[in-house]
Design a protein around this ligand. Structure first.
Ligand code: NHR
Ligand code: GAR
Length: 204
């Protein structure tokens, strides 16, 4: 049984998709804790409804990134997780933190990386006039939003789209690809080879 810790900052709909899928499909892996850097994150209540232990490590209370990351790492490691999942987690993490979880730290980013790393991805997609947009699940590395890609989903950008309508279309796909990716990584079905994510196969 693999142990998963989920980090959130807000609504937690991706977290809920993972909890719901894990329960429905009776995963062998288990979400052992949900941790937020914001005390007011709505996702904390959702996690509690699923009976998952929650904790807050308030980033506002730490003047330095390194001291926040150290406190967060300590809280995470109480659970000795096999996998740490960022789900709408809004704080850039220090290289020391990222290296501590190398190969077991996942993120979902709301764009088709390498397009639109960073924030405000839907507004930037609309402003750029791309015809397709989407979401990317990737391993987290020290450099922002460039880690090895686990999966992507594509959605069309429609002429009448607003930031909200586009975000909603992307989010629907996030809720499909993220639970699947989390399960595949937790259950050891994927490996990183020269910066690319490959399935384990019997013939290679
Ligand atoms: N940390 C590292 N080192 N590497 C990555 O790839 C990371 C990461 C931390 C978070 C998620 C990412 C996203 O999917 C993520 C990937 C926050 C920011 C940001 O600018 C950017 C990208 C992501 C998450 N955060 C501001 C900061 O100064 C704060 C913004 C806020 O609090 O609202 O940390 O998009
Ligand atoms: C999701 O769209 C996720 O991809 C994005 O924020 C939303 C969180 O929603 N993540 C980031 O922008 C990370 N910087 P959720 O809290 O309902 O899962």
């Amino acid at each position: 049984m693999k142990k998963i810790v989920i980090l959130i900052s807000g609504r937690g709909s991706n977290m809920e998709a993972i909890l719901e899928t894990a329960r429905r499909d009776q995963w062998d892996s288990r979400v052992v804790a949900v941790i937020s850097n914001r005390p007011d994150a709505k996702g904390l209540e959702t996690a509690a409804r699923y009976g998952i232990p929650t904790a807050v490590v308030p980033s506002r209370s730490y003047p330095e990134r390194a001291s926040f990351d150290a406190a967060l790492q300590q809280e995470i490691d109480r659970h000795a997780p096999d996998l740490v999942v960022l789900a709408g987690f809004m704080r850039i993490l220090t290289s020391g933190f990222v290296e501590h979880y190398a190969g077991r730290l996942l993120n979902i980013h709301p764009s088709l990386l390498p397009a639109f790393p960073g924030l405000d991805t839907h507004a930037r997609a609309l402003a750029t006039g791309v015809r397709f947009h989407g979401a990317t699940v990737h391993f987290v590395t020290a450099e922002l939003d460039v880690g090895p890609i686990v999966d992507q989903a594509v959605v069309p950008v429609l002429p009448e789209d607003t930031e909200e309508s586009l975000a909603a279309r992307v989010l629907e796909q996030e809720h499909i690809i993220y639970p699947r990716a989390v399960r595949d990584v937790a259950e050891g079905r994927l490996r990183i080879v020269q910066g690319r994510v490959l399935p384990y196969t019997s013939d290679r």
